[in-house]
Ligand binder design. Structure first.
Ligand code: 13P
Length: 252
């Protein structure tokens, strides 16, 4: 069993209402009781409509809360339907997911993601920065060049890497029950860490998570790769049992 810090982050996507607090409550209780508490960080990224309510309702917090996107603009402005990083922080968010492929597929570019990252960091939100290749790109053996470009075009040396967690999410593995081959995944995670160090001339290795069809059955496969610093979990994070079982089975 590893002794390194591991992240278990839930991305609820478009899911949940006030009654879903029971899921948060159960996960919080699990975290409170679990051994080795300082070695795992549990974060639930919920819809904007719920963050303030959950924050208020959680009396003692053994988990952290985050959101799933923010506008690039700092301060108020004429952006109908949008919410900025400062508003989300004030509502209770500590983390924000940026660059998720579900938003990239709706038109988010690397340049726009960069502006969002900068604005989130300025508001002292921690960023969960998603990168990953599509199936077409994978088939054309373009995975590494795509990842390299996503990293280079959305980050700057001046960004505080301590506040950025990478999430490698191959687009073809999201919600499909398909996961990468473990040897390929290991080299991709290593590639991301090295690429970041090379591009930004730093010795400090970033945290890199894996996301895509993680469940309580396949988690034991991933636990063999020590380079993976944790997981970004979609569908399975919408059930307290499934989410908790993933964490339990990781440490089995
Ligand atoms: P699934 O775990 O449902 O495949 O989703 C992964 C994801 O997109 C997390 O951000």
């Amino acid at each position: 069993m590893t002794n390194k810090l591991r992240y278990f982050i839930g991305n609820w996507k478009m899911f949940g209402d006030f009654g879903s607090f029971k899921i948060i409550h159960k996960i919080n209780q699990f975290s409170r009781k679990s051994k080795n508490q300082s070695k795992k960080k549990i974060i639930l990224c919920v819809p904007n409509t719920l963050i303030h309510f959950f924050k208020k309702k959680l009396k003692s917090k053994f988990i952290s809360l985050g959101v799933q996107n923010c506008h690039y603009h700092q301060g108020y402005g004429p952006f109908t339907g949008s919410v900025n990083a400062s508003m989300l922080k004030k509502a209770g968010a500590e983390f924000v997911i940026l660059g998720h492929s579900e938003n990239r597929s709706e038109g988010e570019t690397n340049q726009l993601i960069k502006k969002k990252i900068e604005s989130a960091l300025n508001e002292e939100l921690s960023v969960i920065f998603c990168i990953g290749e599509t199936l077409k790109e994978k088939k054309r053996a373009k995975t590494f060049s795509i990842l390299k470009n996503q990293i280079k075009s959305s980050l700057e040396k001046k960004f505080n890497v301590n506040k950025i967690i990478f999430a490698y999410e191959p687009v073809w593995s999201i919600g499909t029950n398909k996961i990468p081959k473990m040897n390929e995944l290991k080299s991709t995670i290593k590639f991301i860490k090295n690429e970041f160090k090379k591009t930004f001339k730093t010795k400090k290795s970033p945290k890199v998570l894996y996301g895509g069809s993680v469940n309580d059955k396949n988690i034991s496969l991933f636990s063999s790769i020590s380079e993976i610093d944790g997981f970004l979990i979609g569908g399975a994070s919408q059930s307290s049992k499934k989410f908790i079982d993933i964490i339990k089975n990781y440490y089995k």
